[in-house]
Design a protein around this ligand. Structure first.
Ligand code: ATP
Ligand code: MG
Length: 492
């Protein structure tokens, strides 16, 4: 039994889970609405029925008293002015005319005097609750089977006085069905109102469900389209509510994705282009050498050029590999506390040879003690090597390159400043892009791949740092890198 209940519940759950959002929404809305409307209709209907019953009983009692009062007056008129009882009868008949109300008059001994209903035969009435109450001069209604018409009727009665004397009892009755009919018609009206409310509720929930489900469907369709390669697909934003926010977020995501893919494509195109030119020159030289008809002098030159191109290719391949490794590194990679000083000293020492050959002064300025930064030793070395190498490369003989390390909590500030030819302002925003070189014509003899600063930027990002560049053509360039100190990153 318990097992049955459990599987039943599971089935119900999976059935519910498989329904569409619109179905869920509308059915819940409909059920809740139905429950509320039924409960309200039931409650107000019952109250209305009771109130109506009471109202009709009360009205009838008042009517009985009015007629009884008039009748008492008529008796007086009859005695004073000699009107015949038949005239009074006519008057009473007029009261009951056109309705199925019945007016009956009994004398004090409860013998029938007259009735507006011909079904009523001469008889002596028993002391029914309404007659007993009228005798006591109070009111009481009664609902019972009528012996003359065999239908349920509502009875009320009132005493008829002539001056102080009790002349008899006036009884009024109406078919109970009349009360029921009125109650039923009220019920009918209530139910129609209820049904209209349920209809309105259902329509409203349908509209609401549609307004939520429609944008969701559009997002689903757009996501599928994007997955299918239509990267420019976007969804309309229906408004500023949560569904609208979803559409906005979705469009932003699609935009980013498109940009990212465009960047990757451009990168691959550029990389292929970079690879093609050295390869073409390699091929040409190799072909000429294969012919074997070159003078030994040219042969030697070609072989040297071959070697140089191969070296360039090798360097480029290494750069690309570095970059792809950086891209594969997870954002959450564990960074370690690194002491910058030994690394900076080592890099400056290694590169001062090259600087010396170019007659460029390379100097390191740093305080005695520096806190550790949160980074990786290899990455820091790479950053410094690239920046200093660029600086030496672009500084003419007699110039200088200064590497300045200063604590600037919560960052360590590393500055590489040269007195070189500088970077034109229009090129500054692009120098961190892959393969970007300011002087395109010079690139072959420089041997640069244009990937150095891209790698530097990626590393700085990875260390949660920042990089800035200031340059004035003809005067020099400053690269400023800020890497968070080990203690600062623990709190940030
Ligand atoms: N200190 C500098 N002074 C003047 N121009 C610079 C300086 N640093 C970089 N640049 C310019 O920015 C370009 C991009 O530099 P990047 O280091 O990315 O490439 P590269 O040095 O040409 O190649 P690689 O570093 O891969 O050997 C350089 O080609 C150069 O034109
Ligand atoms: Mg470089």
């Amino acid at each position: 039994m318990k097992w049955l209940a459990v599987t039943g519940w599971r089935r119900l759950k999976s059935f519910w889970a498989d329904r569409s959002l619109a179905t869920k929404f509308v059915s819940v809305y409909f059920l809740v609405g139905l429950l509320i409307v039924v409960a309200l209709t039931w409650r107000s209907g019952s109250q209305l029925a009771t109130a109506l019953e009471e109202e009709m009983e009360h009205e009838l009692e008042i009517e009985a008293f009015i007629i009884a009062g008039t009748l008492g007056k008529d008796f007086e008129d009859m005695l004073e002015y000699g009107r015949s009882p038949s005239q009074i009868l006519t008057l009473i008949h007029q009261f009951g005319e056109g309705t199925d109300s019945r007016i009956t008059f009994y004398d004090v001994q409860l013998n029938l005097v007259f009735s507006t209903d011909p079904n009523v035969r001469p008889h002596r009435a028993s002391l029914t609750p309404e007659l007993a109450a009228a005798l006591r001069n109070s009111e009481q209604h009664d609902i019972r089977m009528d012996p003359w018409t065999q239908e349920m009727r509502l009875y009320v009665a009132a005493p008829v006085y002539q001056e102080e004397d009790l002349m008899g009892l006036l009884q009024i009755s109406i078919p109970w069905q009349r009360v029921q009919d009125r109650i039923n018609s009220e019920w009918g009206r209530l139910i129609v109102t209820g049904l209209l409310a349920i209809l309105a509720n259902t329509l409203l929930s349908l509209w609401l469900a549609w307004s939520i489900v429609r944008p969701l469907q559009q997002v689903t369709q757009a996501a599928r389209a994007i997955a299918g390669g239509h990267l420019d697909r976007r969804v309309p934003v229906p408004g500023k509510d949560e569904v609208g926010m979803l559409a906005v977020a979705f469009n932003e995501m699609a935009e980013r994705l498109q940009e990212m893919i465009a960047r990757e494509r451009l990168f691959i195109a550029n990389a292929s282009h970079e690879l093609r030119s050295p390869l073409t020159s390699l091929k040409l030289r190799a072909e000429m050498l294969r012919e074997g008809r070159l003078p030994p002098e040219r042969q030697r030159r070609y072989i040297m050029e071959l070697e140089k191109e191969a070296e360039r290719l090798h360097a480029l391949a290494n750069r690309l590999l570095d970059l792809s490794r950086l891209q594969l590194r997870p954002e959450t990679e564990v960074l370690e506390p690194v002491d910058v000083m030994p690394i900076a000293r080592d890099v400056v020492e290694t590169l001062s040879l090259r600087a010396g050959r170019k007659d460029v002064q390379l100097r390191l300025h740093a305080p005695q003690q520096l806190p550790k930064v949160r980074a990786s030793a290899d990455g820091l070395r790479e950053i410094l090597v690239n920046l200093i190498d660029n600086a030496i490369k672009h500084t003419p003989a007699g110039g200088s390159v200064d590497v300045v390390l200063t604590p600037e909590p919560p960052y360590l500030r590393m500055e590489v400043k040269d007195t070189g030819r500088g970077i034109p302002p229009e090129d500054l925003p692009h120098i961190f892009e892959p393969f970007y070189r300011v002087d395109k014509a010079r690139r072959r003899q420089d041997g640069g791949s244009g990937l150095g600063l891209t790698i530097v930027k990626r590393l700085v990002d990875l260390f949660h740092g920042r990089i800035e560049v200031y340059s004035s053509p003809g005067e020099g360039t400053v690269f400023v890198v800020r890497i968070p100190f080990e203690s600062a990153s623990a709190t940030s």
